[in-house]
Each structure stands twice: as structure tokens, then as C-alpha cells.
Unconditional design. Structure first.
Length: 144
């Protein structure tokens, strides 16, 4: 059976769809390990004032989808926003290729420079496409 790690790994680019006030919004993102260190949880790092942060704060669900070598996948997730610089700062430092211990400390009272959308996947599907003919594919559930 296909697992989340088979289709989506930290450092992968995927499409993140959130629900905004005007309907769904999709954008490409890079997926990261969970800044809080929880196994099985992935995250998207972004600025705290983005629409995706506002979307998941209002509706804490998202879909992450992308391609595989032989088809496509879609993962449904519950979301949580964290903006604690002590948690998110080291993750951003790793992304930038810095030693997290050397990441600059935030200014006292300053607004967070980066936030994370934590993704807890609860279901997913993978489509294996065999040809360009209609209905020539297999669908399987992804093990969460």
C-alpha cells in the first residue's frame, strides 16, 4: 500500500488548496518537516500575513496534491497555524541552509517573520495512470 512518504517528502513541491471566502485557492508550496517535531506531520512555511494563513485560520482544512512518477495523488489534512519564533525560526533556518542554533533571535515584541501551516493528513488517494486512454487508471487509498 502507498504511504504519505511514498508520494510526499520534505523538500517536495506540491499544490496546496485552501478554502477562502471566495472559494478554493490553490498555490504551489514547498513541504517541510513539522517545526514542532511531530512524526507524521508536515508543514508549509510562509509569511504570517498571507491569504493561505488567513484561509486555514478560518477553515482549518487543506488539500495537498501533486504528481508521482506514474500518476497523481491528493491528501486531505487538518491544519493548524503556528507562529512562535522559537518553534518556526529553526525550521526556516534549516530551509535556508543555516544551522538552526545560529538563527537570529527575533526582536522582543516584534511580529513573527514566518509562520507554519501544520498538516495532519487524515485521508488520501493515489491514481496510477496506465495510458492516455479514458479510465485507464487505478485508484488506491493512501495509508495515513
Amino acid at each position: 500500500m502507498t504511504t504519505v512518504n511514498d508520494v510526499l517528502r520534505p523538500g517536495s513541491t506540491a499544490l496546496l488548496t485552501t478554502q477562502g471566502p471566495d472559494g478554493p485557492r490553490t498555490r504551489p508550496v514547498i513541504v517541510h518537516d513539522d517545526p514542532a517535531g511531530e512524526i507524521g506531520v508536515l508543514a508549509v512555511l510562509t509569511k504570517p500575513d498571507t491569504r493561505k494563513i488567513a484561509d486555514v485560520a478560518a477553515t482549518p482544512r487543506a488539500t495537498v496534491c501533486g504528481t508521482t512518477a506514474d500518476g497523481y495523488y491528493a491528501l486531505e489534512a487538518r491544519t493548524e497555524v503556528i507562529d512562535d519564533p522559537a518553534v518556526v525560526g529553526p525550521a526556516m533556518a534549516r530551509f535556508l541552509g543555516m544551522d538552526p542554533a545560529q538563527a537570529p533571535a527575533p526582536e522582543p515584541g516584534a511580529a513573527p517573520a514566518v509562520a507554519a501551516i501544520r498538516l495532519r493528513f487524515d485521508s488520501g488517494k493515489k491514481w496510477t495512470v496506465h495510458s492516455d486512454k479514458p479510465f485507464d487508471n487505478d485508484v488506491e487509498n493512501i495509508e495515513i
